[in-house]
Ligand binder design. Structure first.
Ligand code: TRP
Length: 440
């Protein structure tokens, strides 16, 4: 007899785990710098539009594929009646998961160093003029490799616990803490002198800032932030109970994920403006600009400790969802035990993660970090998203799809139409555009 498939225990656990996957470095590190370089409010407006127009239908597509087949990638395609040709999309997802795991662990590792540096007062004792040298010195050395390893080992320990006792339990604990920290930060940020300038930047859409690059950036950001295009949500939804309402859940996840990104903006931009800095610094915004601000703030060490703790916790619940794609693959396709699967993944990612970390130092010429980031975000993720939408929209049995969407929930006809038109036409067209533009 086949072993019973793991399942999330409670409805709240489903939300905590799935929002935990969505909320991560993408919201707190990537969104603020993308928004900052993309002109603030204009970027935010387009981003929100994409999340609901394209993101929500894509989430529903992944959910219906996962829950109807009760498999991760690539088995979900096979069980749902896909011909062999579709299988390669599933393998592309596994490959992408390995790549994201490696470079995500590197940046997540940096947050651990920053937590320690805040606690020990190293940040406070470093003058702002040395900040850049401190950051680049740190990421190019072996200490960064060590933190990458630590993060991957913590990830492995959670994964061994399993779906309900590992992923769900950790998410149930960490997500409330994360929201609490966010709220404390927002209050602090809103009471800063000059906060209004930052809020104006974030919420006032200046249409003249909308270039094709900004629009494409917003679409890519929506995909990354919602954990789309790699079968992550296919895998998670294969553990959903039958009474989990899929459309409602997809909207809750999209709303909460967007809320966290907006709150990260509300935390960062007022601080940036009130300390006379500019928001368009790019990827170093959180690792260089923010420490400079904390440095000049009363109680700065405490705030920076809390901020990087927030970032680390958010990263952990995301990276476990990336690893689960591969664990589910090994367990489903090779009938491997969870412990063995986790060990294999951890060993491989210790090697690839180390190589990615060294991309900022001795292995600069290879720069695996950028290769993995580019290949997964600009090629494999859009391809995967397109594949899932095309399959669910055009190939999967219509009755299976409808049954999944409507199971145990009343769905108004216009909502159902918005989701299915999104899956069939809007999302594939939009993804094709990012894909082609991303390549050039
Ligand atoms: N969404 C996460 C973030 O915002 C990253 C992430 C987790 C992800 N799982 C994923 C991205 C699967 C793409 C695919 O940080």
């Amino acid at each position: 007899m086949a072993e019973k498939r793991a399942q999330f225990g409670t409805r709240l656990g489903v939300i905590a785990a799935t929002v935990g996957s969505a909320v991560g470095l993408g919201n707190i590190w990537r969104f603020p710098y993308e928004c900052g370089t993309g002109g603030g409010g204009a970027f935010l407006a387009v981003y929100i539009l994409f999340v609901f127009l394209i993101g929500v239908p894509c989430i529903c597509a992944e959910f219906s594929l996962g829950r109807s087949s009760r498999r991760g990638m690539p088995g979900a395609f096979r069980i749902s009646g896909a011909r062999k040709q579709w299988g390669f999309l599933g393998y592309a997802a596994i490959l992408a998961a390995f790549m994201i795991l490696a470079f995500y662990a590197v940046v997540a590792g940096w947050t651990l160093e920053y937590i320690i540096d805040s606690a020990t007062g190293l940040f406070r004792d470093t003058p702002n003029s040395d900040r850049h040298a401190q950051f680049t010195g740190f990421i190019s050395g072996w200490k960064a490799v060590l933190w990458t390893i630590v993060f991957l080992v913590i990830n492995g320990l959670v994964m061994i616990g399993g779906v309900e006792k590992g992923i769900e339990r950790v998410s149930n604990i960490l997500m409330p803490i994360l929201f609490l920290i966010l709220i404390v930060f927002c209050i602090n940020s809103l009471t800063m002198e000059g906060a209004s300038e930052g809020l104006y930047f974030l919420f006032h859409p200046d249409i003249s800032k909308l270039t094709p690059d900004v629009v494409l950036g917003a679409l890519g950001q929506a995909f990354f932030s919602l954990s789309l295009g790699m079968g992550c949500l296919v895998t998670y939804s294969s553990y959903f109970a039958d009474d989990t309402p899929l459309i409602k859940t997809s909207m809750q996840i999209a709303a909460l994920d967007t809320l966290v990104a907006v709150l990260a903006g509300v935390i960062i931009f007022p601080a940036v403006f009130s300390f006379g800095m500019t928001p368009d610094q790019g990827p170093t915004l959180v690792f260089e600009v923010l420490p400079n601000i904390f440095h000049s703030m009363p109680g700065g060490s405490f705030w920076s400790f809390l901020f990087f703790l927030l970032l680390a916790l958010a990263s952990l619940t995301s990276i476990i969802s990336v690893s689960e794609i591969i664990v589910a693959f090994l367990v489903d396709e090779f009938r491997m035990g969870r412990l063995k699967a986790t060990m294999i993944i951890t060993c491989i990612s210790l090697v690839t993660g180390t190589l990615c970390s060294l991309s900022f130092g001795p292995l600069k010429s290879l720069n695996l970090f950028n290769i993995f980031d580019f290949t997964s975000s600009n090629i494999l993720m859009p391809l995967g998203g397109l594949g899932v939408c095309a399959f669910v929209g055009w190939q999967m049995r219509r009755s299976d799809f409808t049954a999944q969407m409507k199971m145990n929930s009343k769905v108004p006809a216009f909502i159902f139409d918005y989701i299915s038109i999104g899956i069939k036409y809007v999302a594939p067209a939009a993804i094709l555009i990012i894909f082609i533009a991303g390549l050039f």
